[in-house]
Design a protein around this ligand. Structure first.
Ligand code: MRU
Length: 364
């Protein structure tokens, strides 16, 4: 059970995506190993920074906000390796940890946003002794998790207003509770509409090559009793043409200041299909996913992943040995294809730099 630090202690639940168990000096991170879903629900414990880095890298924990939460707790694990008696050693170990964790995955800006927050805690409190600093760091990581929970609930409330009873809603990848501290972003919109009693039917793209849609989104929706039909990614156009989809909502990994949005590879194609069929395409994301330092999406770093995810995903070889493979994990959807961005502060619409600044304010 999370304890040992006053204030901001998250609710301990055994289905929470990421949890801290114990106090600052001896606690561990507990997370759902998402590579094992949907056939096995297994929690693992991360006790050091390399374990957290590995968990992020291989997608045991994934989804932009969840990566940020896990990394923040990982920074606590790292900070204490310096030995608590020496505050300077705690600071140096924290810097080493955050520097290393930044190399785990490049696209989701929540990772960098969360680690910057952890670094700022140490900078803002230069006189704290080792144990007090470590306690402050754990408090900050708990705050990041708690704020994400609250933002997701708020995204759900704002987004549900866009959903009409009886609609078919298509989503891509997984932007659910597993991808956040809890409840999700794109799926929060759907969960919230469902909880309000609006009947909806979800089409979940399976999301090649790692099948986050089939393994995770379909699992989450089924678990919450939301009607869902799984489709292969290449079926979306036909499903739209048949009139089965009235709304598209997806998550985001990084949103530039003009609204260009990086999300799971295939999202851009879905946005183009939605435009061709006259279906509104929405992005749901917390303010922590915006990167206002980038003027547009062309500067968003796109992660390139192991070709074997394409040629031998899930254990079976499905392509000739030695074949050349291109495996970008994300693409960028231009702002002009996005009807609105659903944030915890309201819906940004139209998606233009001025509206983004107006809704997010200077602190984003
Ligand atoms: O590679 P992943 O599984 O981490 O990609 C996740 C996504 O693209 C999600 O849509 C995004 O992070 C938003 S999660 C609320």
């Amino acid at each position: 059970v999370a304890a040992g630090v006053p204030g901001g202690v998250p609710e301990a639940r055994d289905d929470a995506t990421v949890l801290w168990l114990g106090d600052a000096a001896t606690g561990v991170i507990s997370l759902i190993d998402q590579t094992r879903l949907p056939t096995e629900f297994v929690r693992i414990e991360c006790r050091d920074v390399p374990a957290v880095w590995e968990a992020i890298k291989v997608l045991r924990v994934r989804g932009a906000p969840a990566i940020g939460v896990a990394a923040a707790y990982g920074a606590v694990l790292g900070a204490r390796t310096g030995g608590l008696a020496d505050a300077q050693a705690v600071r140096a170990a924290l810097r080493d940890a955050t520097t290393f964790l930044r190399t785990s995955r490049p696209t989701a800006v929540n990772l960098f946003w969360a680690l910057d927050r952890m670094d700022r805690v140490a900078e803002a409190a230069p006189t704290l002794d080792g144990p007090a600093l470590l306690g402050r760091l754990l408090e900050e990581a708990h705050a990041i998790a708690e704020e994400d929970r609250a933002m997701c609930r708020s995204i759900g409330r704002h987004g549900a207003e866009l959903v009409q009873p009886g609609q078919g809603i298509l989503t891509h990848c997984n932007a659910g509770g597993l991808a956040t501290a809890d409840y999700g972003t794109a799926l929060a919109v759907i969960f919230s509409a469902h909880e309000q009693g609006k009947p909806v039917h979800v089409f979940a793209d399976e999301t090649r090559p790692l099948l986050q849609g089939a393994r995770l989104t379909a699992w989450e929706l089924q678990r919450r009793g939301v009607p869902v039909t799984l489709i292969c990614d290449n079926m979306a156009a036909q499903v739209m043409k048949e009139g089965k989809v009235q709304l598209v909502v997806v998550g985001a990994d990084r949103i530039a200041s003009n609204g260009d949005t990086a999300n799971k590879i295939g999202t851009y194609g879905v946005a183009l299909l939605a435009r061709a069929h006259g279906i509104p395409f929405y992005v749901a994301a917390p303010s922590s996913t915006f990167d206002l330092s980038l003027s547009d999406g062309s500067a968003i770093p796109i992660e390139q992943r192991d070709p074997r995810e394409v040629t031998e995903g899930f254990g079976r070889t499905t392509a000739p040995v030695g074949i050349s493979v291109y495996n970008p994990a994300f693409d960028v959807t231009p702002a002009e294809l996005i009807a609105g961005i659903i944030t915890e502060r309201g819906v940004i619409r139209p998606v233009v730099a001025e509206r983004i600044r107006a809704v997010l304010g200077a602190d984003a």
